[in-house]
Design a protein around this ligand. Structure first.
Ligand code: DGT
Ligand code: CA
Ligand code: CA
Ligand code: ZN
Length: 574
C-alpha cells in the first residue's frame, strides 16, 4: 500500500506534467493543492478511505479522491502513467536544471524541440535559446553552467576518489580542540564500490566552531547548508559531504545509524522493537517504559544491547548479517595482513611502468612471500603483449632473478593470456604448461551476445592450464558497463573445474562484484585478490580487493593468496 507522502509526490508530478502539456491552470492547481492537503493530514489516510470520509476533507474534489484511493490501493495510477508516457522522459531531467520551471521547459520543447539534456546543450551552444522570448543570453549561459554541474553532481564517485577527499577532512576534524570523536560513516565506511556522498559524524558539545571549520575547508566549492547540527558542502569534483555534530552520548547510535545501510537499519530497528525498544540515531527509547533504555559507549555496545556481536560495516547491507550474527556465524573476514603475496601484475615487458626488478623490490617492501608476474599475450598488441619467444626470455630473467637471491620474495612466471573469440587461448598448451601460473582474460569482443560470451569464458575455464580468470565482466566503474556474461553459470563452471575467479583489485574494476562472492564461495570457488598492478604503487591496490572481499563475506581460507608459498605452489600443481 502506498503511503500518503508518496501519493502526494505523484500528485505533484501530475501537476508538473500537466504544466508541460499546457493544461488548464485551475486543474493543475487542484493537484498541487491536493498534494499539500495530503502532506498536512493529521488523520490516518487508510482509515479515512476505508470509512468513506476522504471526500469530506475540504479541497479534495471527487476526481482527486478517486485518484488518491487508487494510488493507495494499487500503488500506480493509469492516468498518471499515460500522462507521463505522453512526454519525452528526458524533459523531467531538463526540469532539474536550476532556473528551468515547467513553463520555460515547455517553451524549449515546443519551440526548439528540446527533449533531453543533450539537445538542450546543443540549442544553448548554437545561441538559439538566447533568441527565445523570455530567455536571453544570461539565461542561456546559466543553463549551460547548470548542465555542466548536473553531469558532475549526478554521478557517484569511485570509492578511492571519495576516500581521498574524506581522509584529510577526518584528520582535520580530529585535530580540532572541540572534537571528542570523529568518524566517516555511510557507504564509504561500508566499502561500497562507489559512494554517493560523504557522511561525517562528530561528537562535540561545541558544534559551532566545528561547523565553521568544515564549511571553510579548502576545496569546498559550495556550501549548501550551514546549521547548528548539520552542514553540507560540495567539492570541486561534484562530491558532496554532510557533517553532523551530536553530543557524545549519542555518538555511537548516530554512527551506527548513518553508517547504514538503510536495509540494515530497518532490520535492527525491527529487532529492537521486539525487545521493547525503539531505536533511532538518537539512541534507544523504551516503548512502554517497561524496560530501561540502554546507552552505548561504543558501537559494540549498540549491538550488544540487542544481543548481537559487533557486525563489520562491510556486511551491513541487509543480506542476512543480523541472522548470522545472532547464530554466531559471522565470517572471520579476510584482512590485508592475511595476504602473503599477489598474482596478476605487469612489467615494462607489456604495458607496465616498472621493470621486473622494480616490481620485485616493491613486493618485497610489502613483506610478501611471492609475486606473480603475468604480462599480456601477443593478441593484446596495443599493450605490447608478449609472443612465445619474449615470454620464454622473461621466464629466464625471472629464474635468474630468483636464483640471484637478491630478494626474498619469490617471483612466479605467469601470463595474462587472451581468451580468443572461440574460447581458445593465445598460447598453446605446451607454452602454458611451462609457466608457474596462468590468468586468462577477455580483452576484446566485449559486445558478443550473452551466450557466446559465456561459452567462450567457460571454455577457457575448462582448459586445465588456466588457473584463474581475470576481471570476469570487464566493467570499469562509472565508465564501462560489464559485458553480458552469465555470471551464475561461470561460477558453476569455475567450481566444477577448480578454476579460481579473480577479484581484480583495481579500484575502477573491483570485478567480480562483491554481490557474487558469497554464492561463489559457497559453491567452493576459490578467490584470488589480484592487484593487476601496472606500476609499483599499484601493488597496494590489493587493499581495495580486500575491502571488496570482506563485503563478499570472504574468509582467509577462501582466498588463495593468503596461503604460504609452498601451499600455493602445491595448489598450482607446478
Ligand atoms: P550513498 O551516499 O548513496 O553512497 O549511500 P549511503 O548509504 O551513504 O546513504 P546516505 O548518505 O543517503 O545516508 C547515510 C546513511 O544514513 C544510510 O546508509 C542509512 C542512513 N539513512 C539515511 N536515510 C535513511 C532512511 O530514510 N531510513 C533509514 N533507516 N536510514 C537512513
Ligand atoms: Ca553517503
Ligand atoms: Ca548523506
Ligand atoms: Zn587484463
Amino acid at each position: 500500500m502506498m503511503e500518503k507522502n508518496d501519493i502526494a509526490a505523484v500528485l505533484d508530478e501530475i501537476a508538473t506534467l500537466m504544466e508541460l502539456t499546457g493544461e488548464n491552470p485551475f486543474k493543475i492547481r487542484a493537484y498541487s493543492a491536493g498534494a499539500r492537503i495530503l502532506e498536512n493530514l493529521t488523520e490516518d489516510l487508510g482509515e479515512l478511505i476505508d470509512g468513506g470520509k476522504l471526500a469530506d476533507i475540504p479541497g479534495l474534489g471527487e476526481a482527486l479522491v478517486e485518484k488518491i484511493t487508487t494510488l493507495r490501493r494499487d500503488g500506480v495510477l493509469p492516468f498518471h502513467q499515460k500522462l507521463k508516457a505522453s512526454i519525452p522522459a528526458g524533459l523531467l531531467e531538463v526540469m532539474q536544471i536550476p532556473g528551468l520551471g515547467p513553463k520555460k521547459v515547455r517553451a524549449l520543447w515546443t519551440q526548439l524541440a528540446v527533449e533531453d539534456l543533450a539537445k538542450l546543450k546543443e540549442v544553448c551552444e548554437s545561441g538559439a535559446v538566447a533568441e527565445l522570448k523570455g530567455f536571453g543570453a544570461k539565461t542561456q549561459d546559466k543553463i549551460l553552467e547548470g548542465i555542466k554541474n548536473r553531469v558532475a553532481y549526478g554521478k557517484r564517485h569511485r570509492w578511492y576518489e571519495a576516500a581521498a577527499v574524506a581522509e584529510p577532512i577526518l584528520v582535520g576534524l580530529r585535530a580540532l580542540p572541540q572534537v571528542a570523536l570523529a568518524e566517516s560513516a555511510g557507504s564509504l565506511r561500508r566499502s561500497r564500490e562507489t559512494v554517493g556522498d560523504l557522511d561525517f559524524l562528530v561528537a562535540s558539545s561545541e558544534p559551532k566552531p566545528v561547523m565553521d571549520w568544515f564549511v571553510a575547508y579548502p576545496g569546498v566549492k559550495e556550501v549548501t547548508a550551514h546549521g547548528e547540527t548539520k552542514s553540507s558542502v560540495r567539492f570541486e569534483n561534484g562530491l558532496q559531504a554532510d557533517l553532523r555534530v551530536v553530543p557524545a552520548e549519542q555518538f555511537y547510535f548516530a554512527l551506527h545509524h548513518f553508517t547504514g545501510s538503510k536495509e540494515h537499519n530497518v532490520a535492527m530497528r525491527h529487532r529492537a522493537l521486539g525487545r521493547g525498544l525503539s531505536m533511532s540515531e538518537w539512541g534507544f527509547k523504551s516503548v512502554d517504559d517497561k524496560v530501561v533504555a540502554p546507552g552505548a559507549k561504543s558501537e559494540e555496545e549498540v549491538f550488544r544491547a540487542l544481543g548481537l556481536p559487533w557486525i563489520p560495516p562491510e556486511l551491513r547491507e541487509g543480506n542476512g548479517e543480523i541472522e548470522a550474527a545472532e547464530a554466531g556465524k559471522l565470517p572471520r573476514l579476510v584482512e590485508f595482513a592475511d595476504l602473503r603475496g599477489v598474482f596478476h601484475n605487469h612489467t615494462t615487458e607489456s604495458d607496465g611502468d616498472h621493470t621486473l626488478d622494480q616490481m620485485a623490490a616493491a613486493a618485497e617492501a610489502h613483506g610478501w612471500e611471492y609475486l606473480g608476474i603475468s604480462d599480456h599475450s601477443k593478441s593484446s598488441f596495443q599493450a605490447r603483449g608478449l609472443d612465445e619467444a619474449r615470454l620464454a626470455k622473461q621466464r629466464e630473467d625471472i629464474a635468474k632473478l630468483n636464483a640471484s637471491k637478491k630478494y626474498r620474495v619469490r617471483v612466479l612466471t605467469g601470463s595474462e593470456v587472451d581468451i580468443l573469440r572461440d574460447g581458445t587461448l593465445d598460447f598453446t598448451d605446451d607454452v602454458l604448461a611451462s609457466l608457474d601460473f596462468v590468468v586468462a582474460s577477455v580483452h576484446a569482443l566485449f559486445t558478443l551476445d550473452r551466450e557466446a560470451q559465456t561459452a567462450r569464458i567457460i571454455k577457457a575455464i575448462e582448459n586445465e592450464h588456466v588457473d584463474m580468470i581475470g576481471h570476469l565482466t570487464g566493467r570499469l566503474l562509472n565508465k564501462r558497463e560489464p559485458y553480458d556474461v552469465d555470471v551464475a553459470k561461470v561460477i558453476d563452471a569455475a567450481a566444477a573445474n577448480d578454476t579460481i575467479l579473480e577479484l581484480n583489485a583495481n579500484p575502477w574494476r573491483l570485478d567480480l562484484d562483491w554481490r557474487w562472492w558469497r554464492r561463489a564461495a559457497e559453491r567452493g570457488v576459490l578467490c584470488s585478490i589480484n592487484p593487476d598492478a601496472h606500476d609499483v604503487d599499484q601493488l597496494a591496490f590489493a587493499a581495495h580487493g580486500v575491502r571488496i572481499a570482506r563485503k563478499g563475506w570472504l574468509t582467509p581460507e577462501q582466498v588463495l593468496n593468503t596461503r604460504p608459498l609452498p601451499e600455493v605452489l602445491r595448489w598450482l600443481g607446478r
